[in-house]
Design a protein around this ligand. Sequence first.
Ligand code: SF4
Length: 743
Amino acid sequence: MTGNSDTREAFRTCPLCEATCGLKITLSGDRVVRIVGDREDVFSRGFYCPKGAALGALHDDPDRLRRPLVRRGASFVEVSWADAFAEVDQGLVPIMERHGRDAVAVFSGNPCAHTLSGSLYMRPLVRALKTRNIFTASTTDQMPRHVSAGLMYGAAGLMPVPDLDRTHYLVMMGANPLVSGGSLCTAPGFSTRLKAIKDRGGKVVVLDPAETRTARAASEHHRIRPGTDPWLLLAMARTLFDEGLVSLGRLADFTAGLEVIEETVRRFSPERAADRCGIPSETIRRLAREAAAAPSAAFYGRIGVHAAPFGTLNAWLADLLCVLTGNLDRPGGLMFPRPGHIGRPSGPSGRAWQPGRWHSRVKGLPEVIGEFPVATMADEIETPGGGQVRALVTVAGNPVASAPNAARLDRALSGLDFTVSVDFYLNETTRHAKVILPPPGPLAASHYDVALYNTAVRNVANYSPPVLPRNDDHPDKWEIMLKLALIASGQGPDADPQALDDFIITQAVQAAVAEPGGPLAGRDPGEILDALAGRRGPERQIDLMFRNGLYGDGFGRNPDGLSLDKLEAHPHGLDLGPMKPVLPELLRTTSGRIQLAPQWIMNDLPRLEAGALLDTLVLVGRRHIRSCNSWMHNIQTLIQGPERCTLLVHPEDAARLGLSAGGRARISSRVGVVEAPVEIGEELMPGVVSLPHGWGHDAPGLRMSVAGDRPGVNSNILTDESVDPLSGNAVLNGIPVTVEAVG
Ligand code: SF4
């Protein structure tokens, strides 16, 4: 921290979205005076957005919970931490004993990936629960990307990202990073990076039903019918084969399945694709030729194509096109980040990565990376029988707002015997809890992006200590999570989380010294533990990760290497350089090759071909820069201004349906009905309407007074439990709806 006697400055990475912007926070005492972008941050260079500037308001929000709450009858009362944990023990353990471990489900929300404690301590909690009913926000978001990565490269976490800063040709599908901040492509200041592509003579192509802010910044934008992207991408692949443009380059030495792909894409001519996706066949051919001819090219899809009926096909095809044009694992193409905490490559795995090792009880849906689709959580709660879910643990998640068929899930949660939520808001989901355990405020937590740097377009490391102190008796979030783990494993509410933390780090050190060829191979575990002894919790874990990692100091072997001490001395972060080629060394497939045509994926192509073209109005989502999924709506500076939760309609559809700007529309789907104000705009293509997600803050019993004044409607009342069958990801875009004017 720096500053004069009245004020001081602190630097920390914004934890709110995937952009990981560095912030400069000016404080007077414990009061935040101002937050702006940190111009010296090695990655964001001063970029920030209104949400980051509101981090102080979030920390100071009077509605943010500071003490544990326990339900007594119809209301909540504040209790001590000891009493709260005792309530959890009394509520959770008897259910496990009587009905088995699967009777307790766990849901972790998106913010878990944005906090150090959430990233590192969910695993011990989930392990202690020993349940198969594991749900996360991933199945409303990016699970198709994990499936594609697991099957093609052998590990679900091996997700390549566009090398934005060097590419000459970028195709973006269903992504609006200028508003979302970017996702599965951590790149603060996305707009500057896109402009730089054009400035160096490159091209940015956006495929989206809507003319989003990103589309307006692109070189060209094509409106594509929702849900038809695989047709276009397969036809581009066909063009590459037809015109002799397939060129794998050095990838040819470690790629399998090219003949299968050539045979398969013959069925997808540009003309057939044009009928489905609405983009002319000659444009499809041109895009394929341009991508092949560009000095480098990258394909990137996000929520619009992942939370869609063929999410996994879309994720796979983006990577496939990069392989076919020789643009995987080369500068300017799709590349694999190697951030500061990453370990050394461990080489091919002895076992093939595979989804569907077990299946959900009610609908028989396959697990993916150990999770079931959140779209089936209500089934598991409402359907009687052995393994029925009777209790729930939520961590930083609001599935009633974010998961499909929200009204049904809301009813299902109200019927549970017990729910405990780690959350600092009394929101749509936590209102069903028996116990709410609030973590410390965002400025009282340390920060390092364990998850998000894994998809960053540059290799970086940036650690932020807490800016403000915690209240004396307020446990840190990792201590709360370990306390829950101890209760779940039967050790009672008084067990010591510090002892469990010691056990966890000891196991990690023992694994590190036992790793053949690893940087700590053969070292004395006691010596390593002694070197880590000055730290606890997540700091101790990431210090081990840094020092045992790719760039690490190896506990003395490489004195200039990375450690937490070193990062603490660099409050603006350390730049570890651009992404570098890492294949085939990083591949984890049993063959040691990139699998271009995994059977799990190929099996889905007949479903694509059999699907009829919808001739009804369809609903898609949209984002706003002042929203952060279902939260940040309780901050006055972010909520003010024109109404944002509106139904956006094309003028032709508005005229046909008798809708007028500012009037109200009733939107009906197979499962629900909502009403919203109408906004008319030419951004959308005719036949498509749009409602933003994360709203609907008018449920009884919430403690979000600002959000409650402008609640909006929950778009997930309209989405049903349909999933992409390969990944279990919810289908949140392309929902058939009818719309009529109200009044
Ligand atoms: S873009 Fe994301 S990370 Fe950057 S300031 Fe805004 S919310 Fe924070």
